[in-house]
Design a protein around this ligand. Structure first.
Ligand code: C5P
Length: 236
């Protein structure tokens, strides 16, 4: 079964990540490995997760000179991951190099870009010399990513619709900041429910703590699928 839920494995070591994976079902979710976990557990963990049937989003957000990013993307693709990403602010040449690196690997992961980090405010952008309104800047970077041949972007579910409208309905949107109706917000501020995010044009939902911190992660994941199905049926 194709699942559009990506569980964020925000753990410090392989043991905790593998424990959670053993409680989940690869037909119900994919897994996201980020900088902390990859730094401690490395490619071996990615291979272990994949050998258990999980598709992996390698969230390392590469940003460097084009040659380095191209090589890093090629290496990441060779791990057989399902999705990987770079920072769009690295520019067109860097993103084109990323595209070429992925294409050279012989694998076909989705290659997506981060536009403006959601932790950034307008003041933070001004500080680094960018005076364009934040939303406009994010859309500009999404457009650059599309022109460089990338497959999509990480964005807020609140922006997924306008990005698809401005660029293409096939441009993939991956959205964090998702909270089931009953869950705590943790430190997220602009959240959306899974069903609403999908309605708004999100293709994949990145969900961490509502599943990883649940008493029973599999039940939490199944409940999210149920919440989505109920909502979709109501809107038929
Ligand atoms: O636990 P939670 O559902 O908030 O986890 C969301 C995941 O998505 C985390 O791995 C977080 O780093 C990531 N993320 C995010 N906001 C972004 C980009 C990534 O929350 N804009």
């Amino acid at each position: 079964m194709h699942s559009n839920i990506v569980v964020a494995l925000d753990y410090a070591d392989a043991q905790d990540a593998l424990q959670l994976a053993s409680e989940l079902d690869p037909s119900l979710c994919k897994l996201k490995v980020g900088k902390e976990l990859f730094t401690t557990a490395g490619p071996h963990l990615v291979e272990q997760l994949q050998s258990r049937g999980f598709q992996v989003f390698l969230d390392l957000k590469f940003h460097d000179i084009p040659n380095t990013v191209g090589k890093a993307c090629e290496a990441a693709s060779r791990l057989g991951v399902w999705m990987l990403n770079v920072h769009a602010s690295g520019g067109s040449a860097m993103m084109q190099a990323a595209r070429e690196g992925v294409d050279k690997s012989g694998q076909e992961p989705l290659l997506i870009a981060v536009t403006v980090l959601t932790s950034m405010t307008q003041e933070n952008l001004t500080e680094i010399g960018i005076h364009t309104p934040l939303q406009q800047h994010a859309l500009h970077l999404a457009d650059l990513a599309h022109q460089a041949g990338l497959d999509g972007v990480v964005c807020s579910a609140h922006e997924a619709n306008s990005i698809k409208k401005a660029i293409s309905k096939d441009f993939v949107t991956v959205t964090p900041g998702i909270r089931p109706a009953s869950a705590s917000l943790d430190d997220q501020s602009r959240v959306m429910t899974p069903a609403r995010a999908l309605q708004m044009g999100a293709d994949y939902l990145v969900i961490g703590r509502p599943i990883t911190q649940a008493e029973n992660p599999l039940l939490a994941l199944q409940a999210i699928h149920q919440e989505i199905r109920t909502h979709v049926n109501q809107n038929d």
